[in-house]
Ligand binder design. Structure first.
Ligand SMILES: [Zn+2]
Length: 331
């Protein structure tokens, strides 16, 4: 998935920013000390204090609380003296404060201790990058370029429509879905049908229509979704973030649902969690699968099946007919 690469690149970007800012900070310290050598103990005071208190803590662990309090008070006094002296030298009082672009996450991109979540600044950049990435891929797959002439028109495939008629019906359903996103209509859409009937093409049409309207849909295959679930289950931080993003993103497109491995306690449970949370929150979710309704019931069980076919939140459509790739080869 493009997403993991984008996250990795963003993490590196944040690390570079932290490096640059700490270099600028070090330069400022040198500059101030050169202007006023007497200020050095105050400039180095903060870190010296914490080193001393760490040593004390090792020797007197029973006094941890008192030591911490003492250290905080000394640090505050040091900081106050430093600021006053900086102002006297003609600098801004905060000239030697740590430099951060984002004060919330201190440019780590994450907030919280223990369970870390992506900071708002990170999420915003991520959405932007994903948008740029998806705008650049497959723009030729659009509702406008959807050519119904490739579908056979010679026999009824569902008792009422030819393959071409059915394909046009499903296209217009997908188009309405994309047009009504994200505020109107049911949040979920499930596209079913055998390989080679154009499901992935339609999924890309929906995605590109949304990208053109300025949204940043996230697209994943069933397999990549499984990797995120599996990693989240076993506590991998990056995968847990990825799975959380799959739950939280505004618009999610899952291609090839049903190609992911079935693993006990993971596949059904996490997929249910994903769909349940997304649909309850009204988040747009499109899935394409080669599986029939019967296959879906067998594979995912009753509970998940009733989520997928819940008429309140889901629309479903099934493409039928001959594999287009085989049709083309026959000509
Ligand atoms: Zn931040």
């Amino acid at each position: 998935m493009v997403r993991a690469d984008v996250v990795r690149a963003l993490n590196e970007e944040y690390a570079r920013l932290r490096d640059e800012n700490s270099q600028i900070h070090a330069k400022r310290e040198d500059e101030v000390i050169a202007a006023d050598p007497g200020i050095e103990p105050l400039v180095r005071g903060g870190s010296a204090l914490f080193q001393r208190s760490a040593r004390m803590l090792l020797m007197h662990p029973e006094r941890a609380e008192a030591l911490a309090k003492e250290t905080r008070a000394q640090a505050a006094a040091n900081d106050q003296a430093l600021r006053a002296r900086l102002v006297k030298l003609g600098y801004a009082a905060d000239y030697l404060d740590p430099i951060y672009r984002c004060p919330v996450c201190r440019d780590t991109g994450y907030v919280g201790s223990g369970v870390r979540t992506a900071c708002a600044c990170f999420q915003q950049r991520l959405a932007q990058r994903l948008y740029e990435a998806s705008a650049g891929s497959g723009p030729e797959q659009s509702f406008e370029s959807y050519d119904e002439a490739v579908f056979p028109n010679d026999e009824l495939v569902d008792g009422a429509h030819t393959q071409r008629q059915l394909a046009l019906l499903v296209r217009s359903l997908c188009r309405d879905y994309a047009d009504s996103c994200p505020d109107r209509g049911k949040p979920g859409l499930l596209l079913m049908g055998n390989t080679g009937l154009g499901k992935t093409f339609l999924l890309n049409c929906i995605r590109n229509a949304l990208v053109a309207r300025g949204f940043a849909p996230v697209k994943a295959t069933g397999y990549r979704m499984f990797e995120a679930m599996h990693g989240a289950h076993f506590g991998e931080t990056e995968k847990r973030e990825e799975f959380r993003e799959l739950i939280a993103c505004d618009i999610l497109l899952i291609d090839d649902l049903g190609t992911e491995p079935m693993m006990q306690n993971i596949t059904r449970e996490y997929l249910f969690m994903l769909l349940n949370e997304r649909l309850a929150e009204g988040r747009r979710t499109v899935m394409a699968t080669n599986l029939t309704p019967g296959d879906l019931l067998n594979r995912y069980g009753e509970r998940l099946f009733s989520r997928l076919f819940d008429g309140m939140t889901m629309q479903t459509a099934e493409l039928k007919g001959r594999d287009l790739r085989l049709c083309a080869r026959r000509k």
